[in-house]
Design a protein around this ligand. Structure first.
Ligand SMILES: Cc1cc2nc3c(=O)[nH]c(=O)nc-3n(C[C@H](O)[C@H](O)[C@H](O)COP(=O)(O)OP(=O)(O)OC[C@H]3O[C@@H](n4cnc5c(N)ncnc54)[C@H](O)[C@@H]3O)c2cc1C
Length: 312
C-alpha cells in the first residue's frame, strides 16, 4: 500500500508531488501515462508564469519542474490509470497494464484538453497562431486583428477579453444566434472592436514558417467566401476534462461533479470523498493556467498530508 497516488503529471501533479514528498510523505507515486509536463508542453511559448522572465517553449519551461519535483523522493509510474475506486478506507488504482495498486490517499490531476475544430491548417499552426487561450496568448497580438471561433459563453467572453489588447476581433460562428448569457451577447454586440461574422465557418487557416497569415471563411447560407488577414485565430469549441478514471463499474462517478463534468472541490481541493483531492484544470471553476494548476497542486498536497496524518 502506498501513501499517496498522484494521477497526472502536469503542473498540478508535479507541484503536488513536490509538496507531498518535501513535506515528509513517503511512498508517493506519480502516475503519468507519458512524459511528465502536461498540456503546456504543446505550446510554443509561455510568458505569463510569475518569476520566469524569458519567453520559452512549453517543453523547455517544464524541464526543470521534473528535475525539482523528483528530487525529494517522488517516483514516476509511467502507466495510464484506467479507474480509481474507493475500497474501505483506501483507494484501488487500476492500471492499463492490468495491475492494481492500493493507496491511502489520491490526488486527481489529469487535466484536460481544449477541443479541436478540425479545420484545415489547425494542427499545422497549433501553438503558432492557432490558440485556445486568450489569457495565455492574447498579448502576443497586441494592436493586431485576430479571429475568434465559437458561439458559447467562453468564446464570447474571450472575444471581449481580446478587445483589451487587439485592434479588432472577428467573432465567427456557424449559427446566427449565440449560446451564451444574454448579458454577454449584449456586451459583444455593443463592443465597437468586435465584428460578428455569421453564419460562417473557417474552412482553412493558412500561413508559412513564421506562423498564421490568414483564414478562409465560408458563409454556410450563401456559400460566399471571404478571407481575413489575421495572424491569430482563437478556437473555443469546448473543453474535454479527463475524468474518465472516476467512472465506476456501475456507471456512477466516484465523487461529485458539476454540470460541466468538472470535479467539485472546496478551497482545500477536497472532493466529496474522504482522502480524494483534485487539482488543476480538472476541477470546477479553474481558470486553466499553469500558475493556478501549480497552486492547486500544492494546496491538494498539503490537504493530503493533513488527511494522512489524521489516519495515523
Ligand atoms: C497550446 C496551449 C497553450 C497554453 N498556454 C498557456 C500559457 O501560456 N500560460 C498558462 O498559464 N497556461 C497555458 N495553457 C494552459 C495550461 O497548459 C494548463 O492550464 C495546465 O497545463 C493545466 O495543468 P494540469 O496539471 O491541471 O493538467 P495537464 O497539463 O492537462 O496535465 C495532465 C496530465 O495528466 C496526464 N493524464 C491524463 N489522464 C491520465 C491517466 N488516465 N493516467 C495517467 N496520466 C494521465 C496527461 O498525460 C497530462 O500529462 C496552455 C494550454 C495549451 C493546450
Amino acid at each position: 500500500m502506498i501513501n499517496l497516488a498522484i494521477i497526472g503529471g502536469g503542473p498540478a501533479g508535479l507541484s503536488a508531488g513536490l509538496y507531498a514528498t518535501r513535506g515528509g510523505i513517503k511512498d508517493v507515486v506519480l502516475f503519468e501515462r507519458g512524459m511528465p509536463g502536461g498540456q503546456i508542453t504543446s505550446s510554443s511559448e509561455i510568458e505569463n508564469y510569475p518569476g520566469v522572465k524569458e519567453i520559452m517553449s512549453g517543453i523547455d519551461f517544464m524541464q526543470p519542474w521534473q528535475e525539482q519535483c523528483f528530487r525529494f523522493g517522488l517516483t514516476h509510474n509511467m502507466n495510464e490509470v484506467q479507474m480509481v475506486a474507493k475500497n474501505g478506507d483506501h483507494f484501488d488504482i487500476h492500471l492499463s497494464d492490468g495491475s492494481k495498486i492500493e493507496s491511502k490517499a489520491v490526488i486527481l490531476s489529469t487535466g484536460g484538453r481544449p477541443k479541436k475544430a478540425h479545420i484545415k491548417g489547425e494542427d499545422e499552426f497549433w501553438g503558432r497562431g492557432v490558440s485556445t487561450c486568450a489569457t495565455c496568448d492574447g498579448f502576443f497580438y497586441k494592436n493586431k486583428e485576430v479571429a475568434v471561433l465559437g458561439g458559447g459563453d467562453t468564446a464570447l467572453e474571450e472575444a471581449i477579453y481580446l478587445t483589451r489588447m487587439c485592434s479588432k476581433v472577428y467573432l465567427i460562428h456557424r449559427r446566427d444566434g449565440f449560446r451564451a448569457a444574454p448579458v454577454t451577447i449584449e456586451h459583444v454586440k455593443n463592443n465597437p472592436k468586435i465584428e460578428i461574422l455569421t453564419p460562417m465557418v473557417i474552412e482553412e487557416v493558412y500561413g508559412d514558417n513564421s506562423g498564421v497569415s490568414g483564414i478562409r471563411l465560408n458563409n454556410i447560407e450563401t456559400n460566399e467566401k471571404r478571407e481575413l488577414n489575421v495572424p491569430g485565430v482563437f478556437i473555443f469549441v469546448g473543453y474535454d476534462v479527463n475524468t474518465g478514471i472516476l467512472r465506476q463499474n456501475d456507471g456512477s462517478m466516484l465523487c461529485k461533479m458539476n454540470d460541466m463534468g468538472q470535479v467539485m472541490v472546496n478551497l482545500n481541493m477536497k472532493t466529496s470523498v474522504e482522502g480524494l483531492f483534485a487539482a488543476g484544470d480538472i476541477r470546477e471553476s479553474s481558470q486553466k493556467q499553469v500558475v493556478i494548476a501549480a497552486g492547486d497542486g500544492a494546496t491538494a498536497a498539503l490537504s493530503a498530508i493533513e488527511y494522512l496524518q489524521s489516519m495515523g
